[in-house]
Design a protein around this ligand. Sequence first.
Ligand SMILES: *[C@@H]1O[C@H](CO)[C@@H](O)[C@H](O)[C@H]1NC(C)=O
Length: 401
Amino acid sequence: MLNGNTVPYNKRCRWRHYFLGVLLTAALFFICNASMKTMMLDLTSKLWVTNLSKKLITSTGKLDLVSDGTGRSPAERTAVSFPQFNGLMSLMPSAPPTTGRTQEPQTKVHAQPHGLTHVPYKSPGPYLVEYPSEYHFVINEPQKCEKEEPFVVLVVPVAPHNRAHRDVIRSTWGSQSQVLGRKVLLFFLVGLKDGEAAPQLQQQLQRESRRPRDLIQSDFVDCYKNLTIKTMVMLEWLDSYCSSASYAMKIDSDMFLNVGNLIIMLLKAPKSNYMTGLVAYGGSVLRNPSSKWYLPEKLYPRQQYPPYALGLGYILSLDLPKKLIMASRHVKAIYIEDAYLGLCMEHLHLHPTPPPNSYQFHVSPLTYSRCAYSQIIATTTAPETDRLKLWRDFIAPGPDC
Ligand SMILES: *[C@@H]1O[C@H](CO)[C@@H](O)[C@H](O)[C@H]1NC(C)=O
């Protein structure tokens, strides 16, 4: 009969339930614990996101980012504090040169509210940059754009010590403030120089900033690895001080720019969500640790970058800086600046537009001829080029071709 078996069955069942309950509690406890840990580790790998994550980590006291005083390199220390990065760290050749900063600890002290202890902040590693972060302008031209209402703003990121390049640009294509009836403004963007020569160079920069009034300096450490910071700071500057202009062009200091042709192109260009330049499609992510643009799979698992405009010279409509800055809050700041903007564009469901005539942009130096240069917009120039002489020939009267 069914009933005959009911009681003993129920008894066994109850015991089973107890046992299962205990097991479940144990399992739950274990899982919670583990996921808390993963969460913490996850947070540490997202140091780039916000100060909030920093505060979370430190306020729980789970991860102590204080320098361990063993004199180990930051990479080694990272490998110790963040076990999930061990594989990654062993792939790395060696930390890229930090331009004479080897003696300095890579930690920075952030003041904490509510009397909490000071929390040294660790560098995000070699493939991410410290962004978002609060950078300030040490040298600025806050009113110039507002007053002059340019059609297009040219921004040239350049190394602080590279006065020679700035002067060449000032006396060549950067000397034109009015082209085809449109106002053009030029700015140079530099960061902070570190090392012994820094104070002297800073004085020179202050002096240089007084006369042409075209220098912007922000307080991040200016080095090759930090180009993404430079680009984002440029966008912040454009958003804060130049958003009434129609377009901005970021252009490298070794480029030749035909401002007239740039303006002709922009007069017919879309007015918003517009980014153009030499657009790279299906750019491969480089996985060889010794390659210049190496990016570990851990940080970016996809095999290709979304379309992005090559960093040597790209143009954007001035509604974009704000949007790209907002997007940057959600996209890990990889050190490859142009690919990074591509990722931010993708986050906004936007993509760069190829220029109407792609032959107008040259990534490898186009040999000078008056005829050729009169038809392009931008080209890199070979280092040995006498750009002053080239310019004199370019602007001399007479037919172009
Ligand atoms: C990049 O800039 C940040 C902010 O100034 C700085 O902490 C970091 O050390 C710089 N990176 C390198 C490789 O110098």
